[in-house]
Design a protein around this ligand. Structure first.
Ligand code: ANZ
Ligand code: ZN
Length: 836
């Protein structure tokens, strides 16, 4: 073990005039302790069962370049907790790795005529060095990269297991296609009709794609959120709930003349069926193409083409002018026999519910807009006291009494009416109650190179054949530069040596699947792998996972509130069903840190308002940057870098360091003989900071340390630094400060005569008796007779005591309404009242 040298620039012989500039040498301290922690593997967990385990996890980074201010904020929050729990005696695991597959690497490789791995692994090294410098208490021994064959071997293995369970399948469907990136996008990757990555307008294409059946887990993903109410931000839970979008209603069957099968619609308001006046089907659905009569076909075909250009959000918008085409056919309303014209209109989506809707213009705004535009009948089934929607153009929404609604007529309650309608439908066999979800199956295949290959072989005779487990991983062939340029099919398809293989089942000529997996697959299970780095018999050792998980604290950006968190929850549930993990929710607590912005705006190249993390660290040092980030506000809030001052933080850190430098009492000196006032402040601060960290109010914790530093300085200025209470305070400051400013804390710990590292110290033990401020008994006399005894603070002032005494009920009784002539106070023990 290497013993660190002393590098502090202070010199006890310096005269007093130099005092304000005394401080630790920021850059030297960084060099020295960074190396010390690495050499001594300070932050590797013991993993021997000697203490309760705690797993602190930061969402692993994408190696896009060097670290930026966003990383500085995201990673310090987890680090504060990891360091705190360590000092509290937990065996903490705080691992790091990289989400290293993905498009930016591929695009960079095309540009530079290089291999995506070159760019990726070079960036990883840069980030790793920066993470180390940033003083994060990471366990480097568990480091992983999702693009390493050792890792993606198990991504492929999991894919095959999911497929065995019927949870991975292929189907042809209309998918979002980015013409720029030449790849399929998941719905979530389309933002207002544009590709989330490159901003190109997304179009639709029919392709055969791989899907994970998340919809099978929709109810469990919803129900298990009950376990997360305590530990997850409520807005994240709300976003997940919305995304899953569970709707209760009914399926209603409409018979169509000349068609054997009825058409089924999904409605959340079966009670409005008695007033339905038309049917709408999604234009791009096979049903629409089948139903349209020859007379309307040309108009219909043109409409379908136009529909493909509109985004889902536009199509669903209520303030958009309604469009549509009559298909020339009619459907029979099962409850009253009405003949309803069937239309195709783009406000109905092909992949929600059944892709068909009953038009109920009286009570649904979009249906009303549509009916008014095309001259369709508007009927009302509930009288709400408002004017008729055909005149006002406003669909009726409120409560009221059912009218002209068959057996519902006269009812006043929607719930009862819905239940009654469902009974009618069920009895007649023309409908049934039903539940629909917004959640779609997860489209996981991508036509790009730099991702995990899908381990399937397509054989003309045997169909889809999984690659045998002992042949995993299916490694990527070596392609670089122009070979990777998007061609509409995966670049892998051009690697014919790689593509053409013998069928594992019949031995005949066959071809590999040329798609790769969405990187969200890679990031759906990395936290399990950290528990068993290097494990070769599976993706992880279930025993290790049972020891470390669920994760005690997960930290990451709210931009992952929906997809990543939903997918990793889905993976966990499937692994649970496979008997590999004992729990169903992998993350106990979730913290979404805010962003670092500048002058009120997100940092961006085009605005030129970016703040370079490296330059900030060069100017102020890691400790000052970490502490500034934490001190700026609650962890969830955005930080405006224009409003903070890393320079002031550095001054505070130097002030804290000088306390340690000033202490003259010996290590281990009996603190109980020290200044009771300062001891009280120290113990109350330690106690409160523990609570603040538990409540994730890290910024307030920093403020409390600042106060303790000031209180300690006052005592030194008044009485010198020899008082054991000064040592006690300085040690407490050092340990608590190590959460935020680890380099300064290491220097201070050493100055205080302790063996390195402060990370191996223990959180200070609070002396409960010092938490309460001291009280004394104050005797209150009226006309010389003792009338009350008050418990008051030892430092209570005369005015306070007089007021307390006069307010006492016994004193009031003794005064019996008489005026008070005189009050004599001897603080804090005596108040003597003389009545008139
Ligand atoms: C008749 C009705 C009357 C409806 C009424 C609503 C109000 P949520 O709550 O989001 O699940 N719908 C069904 N499938 C659709 C599709 N593929 N595209 C667009 N709209 C669709 O919405 C369910 C309601 O949205 C359904 O209930 C249906 O309109 C419409 F006063 O049926 B409703
Ligand atoms: Zn075969």
């Amino acid at each position: 073990m290497r013993t660190p040298r002393r590098t502090a620039v202070s010199d006890r012989q310096h005269d007093a005039t130099e005092r304000p500039t005394r401080g630790y040498d920021v850059q030297a301290a960084q060099q020295r302790w960074m190396q010390y922690w690495a050499e001594n593997k300070t932050f590797e967990p013991r993993d021997d069962g000697s203490a309760e385990r705690r797993y602190v996890l930061d969402m692993f980074p994408y190696p896009s370049g060097d670290l930026h201010m966003g990383h500085a904020e995201a990673f310090v929050m987890g680090d504060v907790l990891a360091r705190y729990w360590r000092l509290q005696g937990y065996d903490v695991m705080h691992p790091i790795g990289w989400d290293s597959f993905g498009l930016p690497a591929e695009n960079a490789a095309i540009q530079r005529n290089a291999h995506p791995a070159d760019w990726t692994y070079a960036n990883i090294e840069t980030q790793a060095t920066s993470f180390q410098r940033y003083g994060l208490s990471l366990d480097w021994s568990r480091r992983l990269h999702t693009s390493d064959p050792e890792y993606y071997r198990w991504t492929q293995w999991l894919f095959l297991k999911f497929r065995e369970r019927g949870l991975a399948y292929r189907k042809a469907s209309f998918v979002n296609w980015c013409p720029q990136d030449q790849t399929v996008l998941a719905n979530e990757q389309v933002v207002q009709g544009l590709c989330e990555r490159c901003g190109a307008v997304v179009t639709k294409r029919e392709l055969t794609q791989w899907f994970f059946k998340v919809t099978e887990y929709a109810d469990r993903l919803l129900d298990d959120m009950a376990q997360l109410e305590e530990g997850w931000p409520s807005r994240v839970l709300a976003m997940q709930r919305n995304w899953i979008g569970r709707s209760e209603g009914a399926h209603v069957d409409f018979v169509i003349e000349g068609r054997g099968e009825p058409v089924t619609v999904f409605t959340t308001r079966p009670d409005t069926l008695y007033g339905a006046t038309f049917l709408v089907v999604a234009p791009e659905s096979p049903l629409a193409a089948e139903l349209v009569t020859d007379k309307h076909r040309a108009e219909f075909d043109a409409y379908v083409e136009k529909t493909k250009q509109a985004t889902e959000i536009e199509r669903q918008s209520t303030d958009r002018e309604k469009t549509g085409v009559f298909l020339g056919r009619y459907a029979t309303n099962p409850v009253n026999g009405d003949q309803l014209p069937i239309w195709a209109a783009d406000y109905v989506l092909a992949d929600y519910g059944t892709g068909a809707v009953m038009g109920m213009p009286g009570h649904d705004q979009r249906d009303l807009d549509f009916a008014r535009k095309f001259g369709i009948d508007v009927r009302v089934v509930m009288d709400t006291g408002d004017q008729h929607p055909a005149e006002t153009g406003i669909a009726l929404q409120g409560d009221g009494t059912y009218v002209d609604a068959g057996p519902l007529t006269g009812l006043t309650d929607v719930q009862t009416a819905v239940a009654r309608t469902n009974e009618v439908l069920e009895q007649a066999g023309t409908g049934r109650s039903a539940i629909t979800y917004r959640l779609r199956d997860w489209l996981l295949s991508r036509q790009r190179f730099w991702g995990c290959p899908i381990p399937i072989i397509h054989c003309p005779d045997c169909g889809e054949v999984p690659v045998p487990e002992d042949q995993l991983p299916v490694e990527l062939p070596y392609l670089k530069g122009a070979d990777l340029a998007p061609k509409g099919t995966s670049p892998l398809a051009a690697a014919t040596d790689w593509v053409n293989v013998d069928c594992p089942s019949c031995g005949g000529p066959a071809t590999r699947d040329t798609d790769t997996m969405d990187t969200f697959v890679d990031s759906s299970w990395y936290f399990f792998r950290y528990c068993s780095p290097g494990y070769t018999d599976g993706p992880f050792d279930p025993e290790d996972v049972a020891k470390w998980m669920p994760v005690a604290q997960y930290v990451g950006g709210v931009e992952h509130a929906i997809l990543h968190l939903l997918y990793m929850r889905f993976f966990t549930k499937v692994l649970h069903d496979m008997g590999m993990v004992p729990f169903e929710e992998p993350m106990r607590r979730l913290l979404n840190q805010g962003q670092v912005i500048n002058e009120g705006k997100a940092m961006s190249k085009s605005l030129g308002n970016g703040v370079d993390l490296g330059a900030q660290i060069d100017a102020y040092g890691v400790d000052a940057i970490r502490t500034t980030v934490v001190f700026a506000g609650p962890p969830e809030d955005d930080i405006d870098w224009a409003d903070v001052s890393a320079g002031s933080t550095l001054k505070f850190l130097q002030r804290a360091w000088r306390l340690a430098d000033d202490v003259t009492s010996e290590r281990g000196v009996d603190a109980t003989t020290g200044d009771r006032g300062l001891r009280g402040v120290t113990h109350r601060t330690v106690h409160e900071i523990g609570q603040l960290i538990d409540q994730q109010k890290f910024n307030v914790a920093v403020a409390r340390i600042m106060e303790l530093v000031n209180a300690t300085r006052k005592v030194i200025d008044a009485d010198g630094a020899a008082d054991p209470a000064v040592r006690e305070a300085a040690e407490a400051v050092t340990i608590m400060l190590s959460l935020f400013a680890p380099y300064a804390a290491e220097e201070m710990w050493e100055l205080l005569g302790h063996e390195p590292s402060v990370a191996n110290a223990s959180w200070p033990v609070v002396d409960e008796s010092l938490l309460v401020r001291q009280t004394v008994t104050c005797v209150v006399q009226v006309q010389g007779k003792v009338r009350a005894k008050l418990e008051v603070s030892a430092d209570a002032g005369e005015a306070d005591l007089e007021a307390l005494a006069l307010a006492d009920p016994n004193v009031q009784r003794a005064l019996d309404g008489r005026e008070v002539r005189k009050v004599i106070v001897r603080a804090p023990k005596l108040v003597s009242i003389v009545p008139a």
